[in-house]
Design a protein around this ligand. Structure first.
Ligand code: SF4
Ligand code: SF4
Length: 186
């Protein structure tokens, strides 16, 4: 029915409004900072880059520097330069990965566009800085965070990502096994 979404939304607002006179559990706002950390698993603000092994962030970062997120970011606040080896051959990881969080609007389009589950939304806050430029420009080292951190802030989503990646790997292994020619008998 046309307009059902608006009616449902207004019903939630009314429930919280009238409920807040009866019990604090219906109060969606809190006294910050006195109320402490109130971040929930639904919170999303700026992106971060995921790596898989705690002791080797650079080697196990998922980003392959394909630059899709850089192209798709509406305010163009991502800047990527691909890494090269000693012979000048391009490597599948970024040497520079910067996000200007003074420009980022938290739209999550970079996350939706990334084919490698490399970039996800963080729940950090209190990011103010005295330096409006360098202080709000996050570099690769600031952006890299482990998969276990991802599990801490968004457990359900991180588990779904792990399951998708495991299924992809399984499928790739099965395809590789099916296309590998068998060794002829002597
Ligand atoms: S969340 Fe949106 S604005 Fe921020 S870096 Fe990603 S695509 Fe750009
Ligand atoms: S974060 Fe994803 S989309 Fe962006 S460059 Fe890395 S792999 Fe490509």
């Amino acid at each position: 029915m046309l307009g059902i979404g608006i009616i449902k939304g207004m019903a939630v607002t009314a429930k919280n409004f009238f409920g807040s006179f009866v019990s604090k559990k219906w109060l969606p706002t809190v006294q910050y900072p006195e109320a402490g950390n109130t971040i929930t698993a639904f919170s999303r603000n700026i992106p971060f880059l995921v790596y898989d092994k705690e002791d080797s962030p650079l080697e196990t970062m998922r980003c392959v520097a394909c630059k899709i997120c850089e192209k798709e970011c509406p305010p163009q606040c991502i800047y990527i330069v691909q890494e090269k080896d000693a012979n000048g051959k391009l490597l599948k990881r970024p040497r520079i990965f910067d996000i200007d969080i003074s420009v980022c609007m938290g739209c999550q389009i970079c996350v939706e566009m990334c084919p490698f589950e490399s970039i996800k939304m963080d729940s950090v806050f209190e990011l103010s800085s005295e330096n409006r430029f360098e202080g709000l420009l996050l570099h690769r080292e600031n952006l890299l965070k482990s998969n276990s951190y991802y599990h801490q802030i968004h457990p359900q989503e991180a588990q779904e990502v792990d399951d998708r990646l495991a299924a992809k790997q399984k499928k790739a292994a099965a395809t590789a096994a099916a296309t590998t020619p068998s060794t002829p008998a002597p």
